[in-house]
Design a protein. Sequence first.
Lengths: 257, 301
Amino acid sequence: MMQALAHATTHAFAGALLDSARAVPAGLVAWNGSDPGLRFAVHRNNVRVSLVAALADTFPVVRELVGEEFFTAMACRYVADEPPRSPVLAHYGEGFADWVRSFAPAAGLPCLADLARLERARVRAYHAADTPTLGTDRIAALCADTALLPQARLDFHPSVSVLVSSHAIVSLWAAHQGRERLQAVQRDRAEAALVLRIDDDVVVLRIPLAAADFYRRLQKGQSLGEAASVNDVGFDLSESLATLIRHGALSAWHSPE
Amino acid sequence: MRPAPLPRDDAPMVGLGLKTQHVAQVLDTGTAVAFFEVHAENYMVDGGPFLRHLQRVRERWPLSLHGVGLSIGGSEALDRAHLARLAALIERFEPAWFSEHLAWSSHGGQCFNDLLPLPYNASSLQRVCAHIDQTQARLRRRLLLENPSTYVEFASSTMGEATFLAEVVRRTGCGLLLDVNNAYVSAVNHGRDAWTVIDALPAAAIGEIHLAGFAEDRDGLGARLLIDHHGAPVAQAVWTLYARTLHKLGPVPTLIERDHDVPALSVLEAEAARARALQDGVAPLAGQADLAGLTMAEACA
């Protein structure tokens, strides 16, 4: 009975934290008889401000593109719709890009969701496992037996993400780093990115669309031969492989027995 | 990893929260502070620079692992996956202290990233004790429970916070992390005397002290409402309470917390030096506490 009551109290408190339209939970008191609602607002504010700040840390380019005021309003709505499911905030915002895609007030900026995906991939790369990468010597040895090459399957390093967008997300991201005006970037141009961590730094590499298609096929478990049979215009197999090797994007190379 | 040796209980020591802004400087040029504290949840990641840097810090300094997400005061069962993550961090980094809060932060699968208050009564006492028993058994170590900053109280409370904490200590054998700033903030917010609250805590259980800054607001009747925001220097009123606490307890490992508007490392080192000077003023003569077979905290209890 008492435990059920405690649960109901917590439930009402939790519900009112994220929904400011909801009444302040019953049973709160203040020593001087002042309105407990104003005191409860401290918690509402803590929750909102800290989670919006976490999103602002993860999505600085989205924030710059829409402006601080719009970002804060958008992030508040996201926090209310999709509060964290884990106390580990490094994971928070994994669903932000999909949510942004259906956020009507941002419909005028169709690049926003993919830009958010790129920024989220950077955070994921930063905290990804420290799996050793395949060295170039090892890869050179594996490539020596050209007869086995088409059947080889490659594992990407856990920090790697391959992103493709019909918008210029890499140019937007690069403009933000270079302190250029984001508004000056021509956005309606398809771009692809390879995101990965090199030592302590996360890098965003602009890659050809055909290479991105190739990498995604490899990520799905296709063999080198299957993945390379894409008919994409301008696909360069050796250059695409060289990019992976040069940046340490591979963690394992499975040759057939 | 060869971790730095664990500290003696009664040695004067002051630590800082490890901030990402300061990690490179700390590792390159060192610092005079005696230990570092980190929020456990920030390091619950698969790999990358955070864990690598913490490993290097741990090789040179003792570590305090401070959890903010276990929700010990919650009405639901503890998250076993979260306990497992804590256990893995403790095994890897061998912290000198592990602490959590008398608060809740998640409910119904949602996490609020805030330390939320609970009523103090027989029902919540039983639940908190069960959660601490479970945590200490799973982590195989003593937990230090931190007194919270609170802004509201519950009509269903039947006892004061100090009485509640003392009973938790008695039933579970856990220790206390006395946050002097929280004690001051809560006392002002609820019209009580802060020293009376601190003085009522079981002195021998206090294994660590936190000092931080607060922001100031007003409630609906214009009374002071202090907000624990870790974004300002330690206030004079809190220094005064700290000195009085040390006078009673002897030196207790003390942390300067700053999580917002983080200043240069040297500014935090200066606050740490101030705390250290207060500790030195009440330090036992070398060997005295050992000879007595008591820690200073116990001797003063």
